[in-house]
Design a protein around this ligand. Structure first.
Ligand SMILES: [Zn+2]
Length: 387
């Protein structure tokens, strides 16, 4: 299960001794902006706090520098935010809208306030929030000003700030971090410093991938942490927040955590909160390896394609790309374009004698396979899995 203990300490709880997950280094990886990335990563599990993480060493830091140097957000769909699909109905909604609707059903937000979205990208969350709570004043923070014009054109946005939150003037009633925390080495210190920007009792909303529902998240080279609801909530508590919600069902395959800024706690967070972490991470890596074998077997058929154009499909393309003649996707922003030099078809237009491997987590793959079974195309599913 684990072949060695790393010399690097946990980047969440600082405990020494990360157990390396065997077999991960043989898998191709993918960047969070959906580009294939080389094999050779190191995945580990902290035996104290249970957080699954990359080994944050010199090699990893130099890799992420290269990845962010040529980063392009949502490039497959010309900058449009990725749709969240209901795998049973095929209905889509923008991720930010889905998340805000769930938030509103659990919590009454003040009519007005000031919101900061850290790592705002091209403003997907800010755009949704502006429609959702039009009387709020909004601000975005990013590492550079590439998206300034787009973000500042959103109704209600006061400015895009470049640099660390500490440099932004004033304080906030709410801070959002959408798909941001999993990128940050030393996340406890980061969230703890962020408290200086929050008014007393202000809300922190954190959205991160749930690797137990989305095993492909482990393959994202620039994700430093791979959370479960427990390890994410634990981390946020360590940074001195009171966790109100750690939801696994507000957005499919993702975790939504809502916390309240409070004074740093005196008591220590107990260790070994997620004792089966190493087992779960090892099983997930085994499943990923089995998925490559299944896709490879299936790719021996004539007219072979992959379902999806996101992380999982990009990764399988990196593993078995030569055999892939096309992609199938239901997202209208992607259909009719090319991806990795191959055409992207809507399921209705996929080659009728084609064989398509569904690059999705097992439960979603089953739902998609069932729903599309009528179209004549043969859909092949990844192996079953209990995480
Ligand atoms: Zn730890």
């Amino acid at each position: 299960m684990s072949d060695s203990i790393s010399e690097i300490s946990c980047h969440v709880c600082a405990s020494p001794g990360l157990a390396t997950v065997k077999g991960f280094e043989e898998l191709c990886r993918v960047t969070s902006d959906c580009k294939p990335w080389v094999r050779g990563g190191r995945l580990s599990v902290c035996l104290a706090c249970g957080c699954v993480q990359k080994v944050i060493d010199k090699e990893w830091l130099s890799e992420i520098e290269r990845i962010y140097g040529s980063y392009s957000i949502y490039y497959q769909s010309d900058g449009v935010e990725q749709a969240v699909f209901d795998s049973n109905s095929g209905q889509s909604a923008l991720r930010s809208t889905r998340m805000l609707e769930a938030l509103a059903s659990h919590l009454k937000l003040p009519e007005a306030g000031r919101l900061l979205d850290v790592g705002c990208g091209n403003g997907a969350l800010l755009r949704a929030f502006s429609r959702f709570a039009p009387r709020w004043t909004l601000a975005g923070a990013e590492l550079n000003d590439k998206t300034r014009e787009t973000v500042e054109s959103i109704e209600g946005v006061e400015a895009l700030y470049v640099g660390a939150p500490a440099q932004i003037p004033g304080d906030f009633d709410m801070v959002t971090m959408i798909h941001m925390l999993e990128h940050i080495p030393g996340p406890v210190e980061y969230l703890s410093n962020l408290q200086d920007k929050l008014k007393p009792g202000a809300l922190l909303l954190v959205e991160v991938p749930n690797y137990l529902q989305n095993p492909f998240d482990l393959l994202v080279a620039d994700h430093s942490s791979h959370f479960t609801a427990r390890t994410a909530a634990d981390l946020i508590r360590r940074a001195g927040y009171e966790v109100m919600f750690a939801a696994t069902d507000w957005v499919p395959k993702e975790l939504t955590l809502v916390a309240r800024a409070s004074l740093p706690k005196e008591e220590e967070i107990p260790a070994s909160i997620e004792p089966d972490s190493l087992k779960a991470a090892s099983r997930t890596v085994e499943w990923l390896r089995a998925t490559v074998s299944a896709a490879l077997e299936c790719s021996k058929q004539e007219m072979f394609g992959l379902f999806g154009t996101s992380i999982a499909a990009t990764w399988l393309f990196a593993e078995i790309g030569d055999a892939v003649s096309f992609f199938v996707d239901e997202d209208p922003a992607r259909v009719g374009k090319t991806f990795m030099g191959r055409p992207v078809y809507h399921p209705d237009e996929a080659p009728s004698a084609g064989h398509v491997f569904v690059a999705l987590p097992p439960v979603m793959a089953q739902a998609v396979g069932k729903r599309l079974a009528k179209t004549g195309v043969q859909y092949h599913l990844p192996p079953a899995h209990s995480f």
